[in-house]
Design a protein around this ligand. Structure first.
Ligand SMILES: Nc1ncnc2c1ncn2[C@@H]1O[C@H](COP(=O)(O)OP(=O)(O)OP(=O)(O)O)[C@@H](O)[C@H]1O
Length: 229
């Protein structure tokens, strides 16, 4: 569960103000023009930036000032999620132990996830030898191994071709159901959400100006026209 109460963040003279609640297991897409504050919203929830005022509750705990590593949150970016000097196995292991020293149980968990993301044959491969989709699979696998109930995705598949992107979405939806994750995903690509009818938030100039599903978004003529739907 995510709850933002009157959360204010300031960049120079730009003020952002967020209020919203996401229930456990929801998949929410975040849309809006460049510079609107989408990544800032994710950064506030992840703890990379601290609000000027307001409260951030995660699973009913006040986490407004908690360090990112202590929050029940993992985050996946568009790219650069992996350490290129580490193998796939080591990149996955980071989700379990920063020292990369795993117990036998953790090693089993790693193997299960490697299978789940279809990369058990690539454990000793380095990221530079992987395709874009495979790299994002490793990054998703590492998030799953962290066992954190909230997953934040910042344009995670936008550098992938349409077929691969579709496959990655299917994997993500399956994983979300299996692990009952709460997912917030920033995207610029409307075809990412058109088929799912998920809840969407539209952010403009640091505020949420729309909160509803994709069908409702399509019938909201002003915002739909603004987004080019
Ligand atoms: N570190 C920073 N210092 C100062 N201003 C920043 C910083 N990061 C972002 N901003 C400003 O805050 C505003 C929101 O940025 P943010 O990255 O959250 O937008 P966004 O909606 O994610 O944009 P995009 O779709 O282009 O990634 C922008 O005006 C941006 O210039």
């Amino acid at each position: 569960m995510i709850e933002l109460n009157e959360v204010v963040y300031l960049y120079d003279s730009e003020k952002m103000l967020f209020n919203f609640t996401a229930e456990q297991g929801e998949f929410i897409t975040i849309l809006g023009p460049s510079g609107a504050g989408k990544s800032t919203l994710l950064s506030l929830i992840a703890g990379f930036v601290i609000p000027r005022s307001g409260k951030i509750l995660l699973n009913n705990q006040d986490e407004t000032n908690t360090a990112p590593s202590k929050r029940p949150v993992s985050m996946l970016f568009q790219d650069n999620n992996l350490f290129t000097h580490l193998t796939v196995e080591q990149n996955l292991a980071l989700g379990l132990s920063p020292s990369l020293k795993l117990t036998p149980l953790q090693q089993q968990q790693l193997m299960l996830i490697a299978k789940r993301i279809g990369l058990e044959a690539y454990l000793s491969t380095y990221p530079t030898q992987l395709s874009g989709g495979q790299k994002q699979r490793v990054a998703i696998g590492r998030c799953l191994l962290q066992h954190r109930p909230i997953l934040l995705l910042d344009e995670p598949f936008s550098s992938l071709d349409p077929k691969l992107k579709k496959e990655m979405f299917e994997l993500l939806y399956q994983i979300q159901q299996e692990y009952q994750l709460t997912i917030l995903m920033v995207t610029h690509q409307l075809d990412d959400i058109a088929t799912s009818n998920n809840r969407c938030l539209v952010i403009v100039e640091g505020k949420i100006v729309f909160d509803g599903n994709y069908q409702q978004l399509q019938s909201h003529t002003t915002i739909a026209a603004f987004l080019g739907i």
